[in-house]
Write a protein that binds this ligand. Structure first.
Ligand SMILES: Cc1cc2nc3c(=O)[nH]c(=O)nc-3n(C[C@H](O)[C@H](O)[C@H](O)COP(=O)(O)OP(=O)(O)OC[C@H]3O[C@@H](n4cnc5c(N)ncnc54)[C@H](O)[C@@H]3O)c2cc1C
Length: 497
């Protein structure tokens, strides 16, 4: 642990909290981890014990049983549950508290919050987040699970896969299509109790994370009360994009804590393992490899804490969360490889924890958005000047702006055809206005056009309502044009004169 870095981000109270959590884990978790890994299950009673000690719901307000603490207590929590040589153990409370229930807390109705948050904070309920499907993982917009509104219920049909906590969990925040033809605006989030009739689930056998369950879940005409809709219908994609920042940050924090723990374990082994008449930590080549790893870990950790600080301050830091997730999880894989090498043949034997660490880290560059997706987000920021503005909040926000913009466009496109095909790149949302036929067609989700305008939903709204002058928008860079400028000019026919 780098004390200078810790002193900068953690108060003595944070450190006291860390100490008591670490002691609890040493007593209640570490002695049983091997057993739980072998059984591929952590007893649910453990989470009640976590809850009774006040270790859950750190960031949730007291009205739901939470502690209302600052985000760096959550950082401590994520670090400590990642220092047990079982990625599968750590992922259970992290998914429950930071990857599933935040959607209910941030966007859910008071009824949903009262129903689902207190039992999670007491450790009585385990939650899952259901995004991935057999044919759609990275491409979230491609999900097929369907929810059809019938009276005061949704009828859900479809399949999810790779769902952490999906087998032993109690409820799932389920990503569904409520309006398939509406593109990104046809995606919604529903809370679904996992014991509902029509649900079948199977545990998947996997390379690592043995203590956690990862399930495929089938939904056959599952009836879900309409009040279980999180936030507004059609806004689920935007809620997800925001929530994924926390998921990625927590992933990065856990990855770094795991590296540090693995390095401590490895350095202890290197101090006692003899070769050629001396401890192997005397061989310069090995010392330098560990020193290099230490340097890289501390550099990335510093950046991860910086991203945590931005998050704690409420900054919508897509770039920083993405970099943190990318670098920390890639480094965790490198660290596992390097550390295992220090153990020689013993590193390959299951009796040594490094073998499990080697298996467990492999998922980190895949789950929660793969490294390729992280690089894709960064490339868009770096090369395409893409900006990410905070999506919907319960009172409205950017997702509502997109909805309003699309509505405005529909209204204004009802006039004479503009004679050309123009694409609009609104960040997370793409559409094409095809005015080459007898009427203007609005094609949501389409991208192919000889001319594409990059503009934020807010600026497009200002253009469509006459609050922003098109020429000024172009000259100031608020609108960027890819393709033929003459075609772009035709879009002005939709703006007020
Ligand atoms: C143990 C485990 C736990 C998980 N837990 C959950 C969970 O709780 N909830 C949940 O919803 N999901 C969960 N997942 C699923 C996980 O998030 C997905 O596996 C991940 O998002 C990748 O999706 P995919 O597997 O469909 O791969 P694909 O999307 O098919 O990708 C295959 C490969 O192509 C690359 N690729 C895809 N698109 C691009 C692109 N545009 N540019 C460059 N490369 C690209 C990917 O990086 C990857 O290397 C879990 C997975 C595992 C294994």
């Amino acid at each position: 642990m780098n004390t200078n870095l810790n002193r900068y981000y953690f108060s003595p109270e944070h450190e006291l909290f860390r100490e008591s959590l670490r002691k609890f884990i040493e007593k209640e978790v570490l002695p049983y981890i091997d057993e739980w890994e072998a059984q591929q299950q952590v007893p649910k009673s453990l989470w009640r014990a976590f809850g009774e000690q006040g270790f859950l719901g750190l960031h949730y307000p007291p009205e739901y049983g939470g502690a209302g603490l600052d985000f760096f207590y959550t950082v401590v929590f994520a670090e400590e549950v990642s220092r047990v040589f079982s990625g599968g153990f750590g992922v259970i409370p992290l998914v429950t508290q930071y990857m599933s229930t935040p959607y209910i807390y941030k966007y859910g109705s008071p009824t949903l919050k009262q129903k689902y948050l207190p039992p999670v904070i007491r450790g009585e309920k385990i939650a899952a987040i259901g995004i991935s499907e057999p044919a759609a993982g990275s491409d979230v917009a491609g999900i097929q699970t369907r929810a059809v509104r019938q009276g005061d219920e949704y009828i859900v049909t479809g399949q999810k896969t790779f769902i952490s906590n999906g087998y032993y969990g109690d409820f799932i925040v389920l990503v569904v299509k409520t309006q398939p033809e509406a593109g990104l605006q046809g995606i919604s989030l529903l809370v679904v109790d996992l014991d509902s009739p029509g649900i079948t689930r199977h545990k998947l056998r996997k390379l690592g994370w043995h203590a956690s369950d990862t399930a495929e879940i089938f939904f056959d005409q599952v009836r879900v009360p309409a009040e279980n809709l999180i936030g507004k219908e059609g806004q689920g994609f935007f809620y997800l994009m925001e929530g994924l920042q926390l998921e990625r940050l927590i992933g990065a924090v856990g990855a770094i804590a795991g590296i540090e723990h693995l390095m401590e374990y490895t350095l202890a082994y290197m101090a006692q393992r003899q070769a050629f008449g001396r401890p192997i930590n005397r061989f310069q080549v090995l010392r330098h490899r560990m020193a290099q790893l230490h340097a890289e870990t501390q550099a990335v950790k510093t950046f991860v804490y910086h991203a945590c600080r931005l998050f704690a301050e409420g900054v919508y830091a897509v770039e920083e969360c993405t970099i943190a997730k990318l670098l920390a999880t890639e480094l965790a894989n490198k660290a596992a490889y390097e550390c295992l090498q220090m153990f020689g043949g013993y590193g390959y034997i299951e009796d040594y924890k490094v073998a499990r660490a080697y298996r467990d880290v492999r998922i980190l560059t895949i789950g929660g958005g793969s490294s390729e997706i992280m690089r894709e987000i960064l490339a868009k920021i770096l090369i395409d000047d893409r900006t990410y503005s905070a999506p919907a909040d319960p009172a409205g926000g950017a997702a509502d702006t997109v909805a309003e913009v699309v509505q405005l466009l529909r209204k204004q496109a009802a006039g004479p055809p503009i004679g050309v095909r123009i694409g609009l790149d609104l960040g997370e949302h793409h559409l094409v206005i095809d005015g080459t036929g007898p009427t203007n067609q609005l094609l949501e989700g389409a991208r192919e056009a000889p001319c594409v305008l990059q503009v934020t939903p807010t600026d497009l709204q200002a253009l469509l309502t006459g609050q922003l002058d098109p020429m000024q928008a172009f000259l100031s860079g608020k609108v960027r044009i890819q393709g033929d400028l003459n075609l772009a000019l035709q879009l002005q026919r939709l703006f007020p004169r």
